[in-house]
Design a protein. Structure first.
Length: 261
């Protein structure tokens, strides 16, 4: 494996191909329009290639004077643990802190990744806030999911709830049940937790689950960005948007319980 790093893509569709491989393409923030906008507005970008295949990328946004914010760091799953992520990050940092630039590089990441960034010379900081943008066309329960059974139980406690409000998930179990056609289908029962604006425990059942992947079985895991999105003929896609902790499709889902803890 011989990885080469470039500041531009070799082909126009390389980024879409990579995001498709990661399962991100089409999710909030990863549409064609948003990908093009992010690429066009980047201060500096790094693209990692294995031959003609884009296997990782990263970018920074900056005014070139005070601070640079690093984002979009990703590497294909089958290429991880080969130093590619480090190669991307080190090149982004070098550009921002050498030559005519000398700016502080910041980023937001999952807690599980902080030790990895510390090994690259990053320091934890107590300052800084973030407020994720809400995608109303995909995540507004009242408008887009009002026909889902039991959804009013959540809205009763948190009227402005978005799927992003889920902070963690806990217990989950598979079981089989018969659908209206008498077929035996796999279902998934999951418990989710909301911390703000009030502590809420939500139990959801997902019907006819397929392509199920979960990274931290049995553990309560932070979900800084979470989505249930309509997936056309596939029903719904359920996924955490910034990591690989949850990812599956289901035919339908319902809220069976939502109560203040």
């Amino acid at each position: 494996m011989e990885i080469e790093y470039f500041t531009e893509t070799r082909k126009q569709d390389d980024i879409v191909d990579l995001y498709t491989k990661l399962g991100w393409y089409g999710l909030p923030g990863y549409t064609d329009e948003e990908i093009a906008k992010a690429s066009g507005n980047s201060f500096y970008s790094v693209f990692a290639y294995d031959g003609r295949t884009l296997v990782g990328l990263g970018r920074v946004a900056s005014d070139g004077k005070t601070v640079a914010v690093m984002s979009g760091i990703c590497v294909r799953g089958d290429y991880r643990r080969h130093g590619i992520g480090e190669g991307i990050v080190s090149r982004l940092v070098y550009f921002c802190q050498s030559g005519k630039y000398s700016v502080t590089v910041q980023l937001f990441c999952e807690d599980s990744l902080k030790p990895w960034y510390e090994r690259l010379g990053f320091e934890r900081c107590s300052y800084g806030m973030r407020k994720p943008a809400r995608k109303k066309d995909l995540c507004d329960l009242e408008r887009e999911f009002k026909n889902i059974y039991g959804i009013e139980q959540i809205l009763e406690h948190i009227p402005n709830f978005y799927w992003y409000n889920f902070d963690s998930f806990g217990e989950f179990r598979f079981y089989h049940a018969r659908n209206s056609a008498g077929e035996n289908i796999p279902n998934l029962h999951m418990t989710f937790y909301v911390n703000e604006p009030k502590f809420l425990i939500c139990e959801l059942i997902f019907d006819n689950v397929r392509e199920f992947e979960i990274g931290c079985k049995g553990l309560i895991t932070p979900l800084s960005a979470f989505g249930i999105v309509k997936a056309g003929e596939h029903g719904y896609r359920v996924c955490s948007l910034e990591d690989d902790d949850i990812n599956f499709y289901c035919e339908n889902f319902r809220v069976i319980n939502a109560q203040v803890g």
